[in-house]
Design a protein around this ligand. Structure first.
Ligand code: G6P
Length: 369
């Protein structure tokens, strides 16, 4: 096992560090940025289904559901196709409206999650076209779906999902870009910009990982907190949910993720000097509004850990700690902002002596209801 961990203390840390490579493996051969081409057999062979879709329904559980939420923002923005994201467990039992003109995308790292599998079977029985985004090759979901695209993340052993999440976002973004190109909902020059920025993401993830020691220091300061709040907006709202889930899963600290603007409708009541608040505040995503959220938290003595874009000066002045990510397009920021949140939960869990790779009560793949 020590050999399999490749010198890392835990699989989770190894998998966090594998992300530059995993993301590259996921788009390599599919995205030819110089030629302005995205080719994905499962999408290309069924392009009419996607282009004629009345809407896209995304079904998933856990971290994969969070990737689905990011995809909702990405798809609607790039393709103008309406998207709904559903917990597979709710979808399957609520007699949902599904038509033959719906495209259903099922996202699953393992490809074995019972609820997601049942949701797929239901959607198929109603005549929808079902597309799978799985990591495990040959898994039940990859076999049950009409077509699909694998995330080439490689085996993920740690129960808390890390590289599966960022590669799911990568695949889904490629699909959205391909459809946007076909539909003409992005201009040729925008399309090229997206592709060349995607090309730069593995190196930027690598750079983001350099915040490791800094995140470790922050982890040591807040490791004994009993509650955490995570806030983000737009593309980074699902990242806030995912950050909170990671912390809960492996450190057993209660954490909630919230859209930043919803803070005033509840969570603000919880803020006092004991409450660390992780705020994702990339310069392009409703920046001024997030800055004013940070001020509201400060005035209630909450502690701010902010994930910001390189060179940010405004937030540096008001936050207790800032973690920088390299500059990129707003739509691609989840691939970077996720990284320090993974490291934060990892180090806090290690410092609390938790079993990082096999947290209590959790399973890597939930094959029963
Ligand atoms: C379990 C795992 C999570 C995962 C979820 C969905 O709860 O512990 O990490 O996100 O199942 O799994 P899937 O394999 O369908 O992505």
């Amino acid at each position: 096992e020590q050999i399999e961990k490749g010198g890392y203390d835990h699989f989770m840390l190894k998998e966090i560090y594998e992300q530059p490579r995993a993301i590259l493996d996921t788009f390599r051969g599919r995205m030819l940025s110089n030629e302005g081409i995205i080719r994905m057999a499962g999408v290309d062979d069924n392009i009419e289904k996607f282009l004629n879709a009345n809407r896209i329904l995304i079904v998933a559980c856990g971290t994969s559901w969070h990737a689905g939420l990011v995809a909702e923002y990405v798809f609607e923005n790039l393709t103008r196709i309406p998207v709904e994201v559903e917990y597979a467990s709710e979808f399957r039992y609520r007699n949902p409206v599904i038509t033959e003109n719906d495209v259903v995308i099922a996202i699953s790292q393992s490809g074995e999650t019972a609820d997601t599998l049942a949701a797929i079977k239901l959607a198929k029985s109603k005549g929808a076209f079902v597309f799978g985004v799985c990591n495990v090759v040959g898994s039940s979901i990859s076999r049950e779906t009409d077509a699909g695209a694998y995330t080439h993340a490689g085996p993920e052993i740690g129960v808390a999902s890390t590289k599966a999440f960022t590669t799911q976002i990568t695949v889904l973004t490629l699909i959205a870009l391909k459809l946007a190109q076909k539909k003409g909902t992005v201009s040729t020059s925008e399309f090229h910009t997206y592709l060349s920025e995607m090309d730069a993401i593995p190196a930027k993830v690598e750079k983001t990982l350099k915040s490791d020691n800094h995140v470790k220091t922050i982890s040591n300061i807040y490791k004994d907190a009993t509650n955490f709040l995570y806030l983000g907006r737009g593309y980074n709202f699902p990242v806030a949910l995912e950050g909170a889930l990671k912390l809960k899963e492996i450190s057993y600290i209660h954490a909630e993720g919230y859209p930043a603007a919803e803070m005033k409708h509840g969570p603000i009541a919880l803020i006092d000097e004991q409450m660390p608040v992780v705020v994702i505040a990339t310069r392009k995503g409703h920046y001024d509004k997030v800055v004013s959220n940070i001020q509201e938290i400060k005035s209630r003595k909450g502690k701010i850990i902010a994930v910001v874009m390189q060179g940010d000066k405004t937030i540096k002045k008001i936050a207790d700690y800032v973690i920088e990510i390299p500059e990129t397009l707003e739509l691609l920021t989840p691939l970077l902002t996720t990284i320090p949140l993974q490291l934060l939960s990892y180090y806090i869990a290690v410092m609390r002596d938790c079993n990082v790779d096999q947290p209590r009560n959790l399973a890597k793949s939930v094959t029963v209801e």
